[in-house]
Design a protein. Structure first.
Length: 358
C-alpha cells in the first residue's frame, strides 16, 4: 500500500548555505532542491549503514524507485495553522483571464504560493475575480484580501539572507584571505519558518522508512549544505503523516489531470520525453553541477540539465538517476537524482498562452 510523508526541517537559529550553480559563494538559495537533498541523504546513509547497504538501495532506484523525494520548500508557522509554500505551476490556473495587463507583473512575482491558494487555483474553484482585484490592489499599494490573509505576499518574510566574513589560510604560505559567504536564516521568533519536503512510498516499507529517518536525523546533526564545519545547516526533523489538506491535494483525480513537478526531473529516454514534451507542456530547465562530497579530492560532477519544479506535463514524469561520475573517478559511481515527484492539477482548457517554455 502506498503512502506519503511530510518532513519538516527546523533549523532554529542555525544559518545555512545552500549553493546553486552560477551564483557564487557570496550568495545562497533559501532552499535545497531534490537532487542535492538526495545526494546528501545517500551519502550519510552510506556512512550510517555501510557501502553494501547504499549500493543495494541505489540499485533499487535504477529498477523501481522505492521512494520519491520532492525538493524542499518553505513552511511558516502561524497561530493556528502552518503555511506550506509550493512552486506556482508554469501554466495559468483555472479561469485565469485573458486580460491581465493590470496585474500580470504582480502575478508573476508569486513564484511560490501558499498551499491553500495553490489548491484553490489549480484543483478546485480556480482563479477568481476577487483575486484579480487583489492583485491590482497589491500592484498599486498593499492589498487586504484573501491572498494576503493566506500569506501569498509574505514568502520573502520567512527568511533573511546575509553575508558573513570568513578567512581562508593558505596551507603552504599561511597567507590569509578575507572573503564573504552568503547565509540564509529562517524566521525563529513570531512566525517560525523552515523547510519541508514530501516523500512518496509506492509500497509500505517500514525498515526502509526507519533507515531513512535515522540517516536524516544524523544529517541534521552534521548539517545540510555548505559551511558545515562552521556549524551551518543543522536542523531537527519532524516526520509527519499528511495533514488533511495535503491528503486532498495528492489524491486529486478530476479529469483532465496535468502533472506539476515538485522535484527536479531528468530522463534520457527519447520515447518518454516525446510523451512529456508536447504543445500542452510548460517547463523550465535547470543546469545542475556541484562537487563530490565523498571524495578526498575536489572533483566536480558532470553537468546535467533537468526540468525544474513547477514544470507542467500532460503525463506523469517518472525520471531516472543521472550518472554524473567525473572522468577518471573510479572509487564508485556518482549519481544525481532526476526521479520525479509531481502533484495533479487542472489548468485552463483549451490551453491559452504559456508562461514559459524551455
Amino acid at each position: 500500500m502506498s503512502s506519503w510523508k511530510l518532513v519538516k526541517l527546523n533549523f532554529g537559529h542555525s544559518p545555512a548555505h545552500f549553493g546553486e550553480l552560477g551564483i557564487g559563494i557570496e550568495e545562497t538559495s533559501e532552499r535545497v532542491r531534490s537532487d542535492s537533498l538526495f545526494s546528501a541523504w545517500v551519502s550519510i546513509y552510506a556512512r550510517l549503514l555501510g557501502q553494501e547497504a547504499v549500493e543495494s538501495l541505489l540499485q533499487r532506484f535504477h529498477q523501481s524507485p522505492p521512494v520519491r523525494i520532492s525538493s524542499t520548500f518553505i513552511y511558516r508557522e502561524e497561530a493556528e495553522h502552518t503555511i506550506y509554500y509550493l512552486p506556482r505551476p508554469l501554466k495559468f490556473p483555472i479561469n485565469y483571464p485573458k486580460d491581465d495587463l493590470e496585474f500580470f507583473k504582480t502575478y508573476k512575482k508569486l513564484n511560490f504560493l501558499p498551499l491553500e491558494v495553490w489548491q484553490r487555483w489549480y484543483q478546485t474553484e480556480g482563479f477568481a475575480e476577487s483575486d484579480a482585484r487583489e492583485l491590482i490592489a497589491e500592484t498599486t499599494g498593499k492589498s487586504q484580501g484573501l491572498l494576503r490573509k493566506a500569506g501569498a505576499f509574505d514568502y520573502k518574510n520567512t527568511f533573511k539572507i546575509g553575508q558573513l566574513p570568513k578567512i581562508a589560510v593558505d596551507r603552504i604560505t599561511r597567507a590569509t584571505n578575507l572573503y564573504h559567504t552568503g547565509f540564509v536564516q529562517f524566521e525563529t521568533e513570531k512566525n517560525r519558518s523552515g523547510l519541508y519536503f514530501l516523500l512518496y512510498f509506492p509500497n509500505s516499507e517500514q525498515q526502509l522508512e526507519h533507515n531513512l529517518r535515522a540517516a536524516l536525523n544524523l544529517l541534521g546533526e552534521e548539517g545540510l549544505g555548505g559551511e558545515r564545519s562552521s556549524g551551518a545547516g543543522r536542523f531537527e526533523v519532524e516526520w509527519l503523516e499528511l495533514p488533511l489538506i495535503w491528503q486532498k491535494v495528492v489524491n486529486f483525480s478530476e479529469q483532465p489531470v496535468y502533472h506539476c513537478l515538485i522535484s527536479l526531473f531528468w530522463d534520457d529516454d527519447a520515447s518518454n520525453l516525446k510523451q512529456l514534451i508536447t504543445n500542452e507542456s510548460s517547463y523550465d530547465i535547470q543546469e545542475r553541477g556541484g562537487w563530490i562530497a565523498s571524495s578526498e579530492r575536489q572533483l566536480r560532477r558532470q553537468f546535467v540539465r533537468m526540468f525544474a519544479e513547477g514544470s507542467v506535463f500532460p503525463t506523469n514524469p517518472q525520471g531516472k538517476l543521472a550518472d554524473v561520475t567525473p572522468k577518471g573517478f573510479t572509487i564508485h559511481r556518482v549519481y544525481r537524482s532526476g526521479i520525479g515527484l509531481s502533484l495533479p492539477i487542472k489548468v485552463n482548457e483549451p490551453p491559452r498562452r504559456q508562461e514559459r517554455q524551455g
